[in-house]
Ligand binder design. Structure first.
Ligand SMILES: *[C@@H]1O[C@H](CO)[C@@H](O)[C@H](O)[C@H]1NC(C)=O
Length: 489
């Protein structure tokens, strides 16, 4: 009887051996708690507080003068009586403008448009980000005594600016408009100062020998005024003197709620670059689920840290080199190599689709705080999506998509769902394994969940904040690397 059983074994081996190893491995999964969007209007505590009170509650100080540490508020913390579905619709509309604007910014740079004169400024047509940019806000005290101001934290731009009285034109903002005439620490920047010459679109008021700035956004929004030196106050009284800021007397656009913008890009004028001599060139942030503010059980909060404390968590981080685009000094580029779904490497992802072309400034992958949904060069997205669909065999695919999402599932009536794992692989060996709520998100109140990444034809791929949730993302400018620390809010 030995002969037939040996034959059987040989037959089994003959069938199994030619199969790729991946097919023999079970799909790796994670458990997703499938909570649909709540149908009730949300009123968050933050919205009912005045800005100045919030400054106190948002402040956190670790007593270390080499570190600036403070809390971030999500834009939706200021929403009144909107439902989760309304908020999502607004977020996706803003996000389309943001992602499109980042790409058109690069396209304009690539085309080397000649600067155009506008009101005395040599202003490139596009020198900033489009409408409503930014999802996370920080409370900053401006001047002496300090006026509490809500500013967008923006990795996609450099200039720090806020609306200033007297207004030739100001849009509606949350809280009082900063008035430099009441600040003892306000000083004009003179026209020959290197920082004034560093402005992309600077000018000079010769009568006052005072530097002028202007930032024009892709959608026609604009802020213009005096470029000045001012003291900023963070946390409980940590003061940073002589930060160059734009004091905007003429502001038009759709920067709802925020009074200004804290540019934390890589360029010369950005906040981290300006404070580098004292605090070092690094910062890190942790962005919590944007809907966590409406979940009463959640005590996590978004934070941002500048200085020595920014890299404190680095021991547990996976690092990848920080890349630079010679045509665009502001953005934080990373070298994304590919993805794994369900534990298997996604085939058909061509590295060339994700690579920056330094000669043209096109392509590449950036990390952005202000874009919510990750955008991938379309062929890459298609490969990842197809792999996910193939691995998500236990999930019921919904016919049709939702907004920019083309892969949605009907998880109605299910509480805990097993979903395939998703990881990003970066140069230098860093693997970032995403928690399931970072890629399968609820889009309605009836249990539809969508694969929350999208394809783009804009050339630029963007890793958005939904995919960054729950990680401490370390922008280590001193070490020229970017790190991801899981479960670290
Ligand atoms: C989702 O599935 C449930 C049954 O489990 C069904 O009643 C419902 O109509 C489906 N929803 C959609 C949008 O197809």
């Amino acid at each position: 009887m030995a002969f037939p059983s040996t034959l059987l074994l040989l037959l089994i081996a003959a069938v199994l051996l030619p199969l790729p190893a991946a097919l023999c491995k079970p799909t790796r999964t994670l458990s997703l708690l499938a909570t649909p969007l709540s149908p009730d209007p949300v009123t968050t505590p933050a919205a009912s507080q005045s800005l100045d009170q919030q400054q106190l509650s948002l402040a956190a100080h670790d007593g270390n003068a080499s570190t600036l540490h403070f809390r971030l508020a999500h834009r939706e913390d200021f929403a009144l009586n909107a439902t989760a579905s309304d908020l999502l619709a607004h977020l996706l509309a803003r996000d389309a403008a943001r992602a499109g604007g980042l790409s058109s910014l690069l396209a304009a740079v690539g085309n080397a448009t000649r600067p155009r004169r506008r009101g005395g400024f040599a202003a490139p047509l596009l020198s900033g980000l489009p409408q409503g940019s930014g999802e996370y806000f920080v409370q900053v005290g401006v001047g002496t005594p300090a006026t509490a101001s809500l500013m967008v934290l923006d990795t996609g731009s450099d200039v720090v600016w806020l609306q200033c009285a007297p207004c030739r034109h100001c849009y509606a903002q949350s809280g009082r408009i900063f008035d430099p005439r009441r600040s003892r620490s306000y000083a004009a920047v003179d026209c020959v100062a290197p920082i004034c010459r560093g402005l992309n679109s600077g000018g000079c008021d010769r009568r006052r020998n005072s530097c002028l700035y202007q930032v024009a956004y892709g959608d026609g929004s604009v802020t213009a005024g005096d470029f000045a030196s001012e003291t900023l106050t963070f946390a409980r009284g940590t003061r940073v003197a002589r930060v160059a800021i734009g004091c905007g007397h003429d502001n038009e656009g759709l920067f709802i709620a925020a009074g200004g913008l804290l540019g934390v890009g890589r360029g010369k004028l950005s906040f981290p670059t300006q404070i580098a001599r004292r605090y070092g060139r690094s910062f890190s942030y942790c962005l919590v689920d944007r809907t966590s503010s409406v979940k009463p059980t959640s005590t996590r909060s978004s934070t941002v840290t500048f200085g020595a404390g920014a890299v404190a968590a680095a021991a547990r981080a996976s690092f990848t080199p920080m890349g630079r685009n010679p045509k665009m000094a502001t953005f934080y580029y990373v070298h994304l190599l590919g993805f794994s779904v369900g534990g298997a490497r996604v085939r058909g992802v061509s590295e060339s689709d994700l690579r920056l072309n330094p000669a043209t400034g096109r392509g590449g992958v950036i990390l952005d705080s202000g874009t919510s949904v990750t955008r991938l060069a379309r062929p890459v997205y298609a490969a990842v999506r197809d792999a996910f669909r193939g691995a998500a065999v236990g999930l019921r695919l919904s016919p049709g998509g939702f907004s920019l999402f083309d892969t949605c599932y009907n998880l109605s009536g299910r509480r805990v769902v097993k979903v395939p794992t998703l990881s990003m692989h970066f140069a230098g060996g860093a693997e970032v394994a995403l928690p399931p709520e970072n890629y399968l998100i609820p889009v309605d109140t009836s249990g539809t969940f969508c694969f929350a990444l999208a394809g783009t034809d804009g050339g630029l791929s963007i890793i958005g904040n939904i995919q960054q949730q729950g990680f401490r993302v370390v922008f280590d400018g001193d070490g020229q690397r970017v790190g991801f620390v899981p479960k670290s809010c």
